[in-house]
Write a protein that binds this ligand. Structure first.
Ligand SMILES: [Zn+2]
Length: 105
């Protein structure tokens, strides 16, 4: 398994990006309250809601990956049980499956 500290570091930086994204969208929403440009704002709100949803999903993935690090199952494909290629984990630290297995059924 790849170096645990480096992996944890990577996951935590993803976590930090999530916090920034949520904070940024919250600030923008506060500014929106009295803005007359309704249509644009509605569009931006929809975009931000989508971003927040994505950020929430992403955070769940990061949490799950950190739990797998803790219980020692991190880096194994949860479908076929084979180790996930280090290059794939490098590119996508929250990966739960190897390249041969689809992420979702
Ligand atoms: Zn697999």
């Amino acid at each position: 398994m790849a170096d645990r500290a480096a992996t944890e570091e990577r996951l935590r930086s993803l976590d930090g990006a999530h916090d920034e994204m949520v904070a940024a969208s919250r600030d923008t929403n506060a500014d929106d309250e009295h803005d007359p440009e309704g249509a644009t704002i509605a569009f931006e709100r929809a975009q931000l809601a989508a971003l927040r949803r994505q950020a929430g999903d992403h955070l769940a993935e990061v949490d799950a990956a950190l739990r797998r690090l803790d219980d020692g199952t991190y880096g194994g494909c949860e479908r076929c049980g084979r180790p996930i290629a280090p290059a794939r984990l490098e590119a996508r630290p929250t990966a739960r499956t190897c390249v041969a297995c689809p992420a979702r059924p």
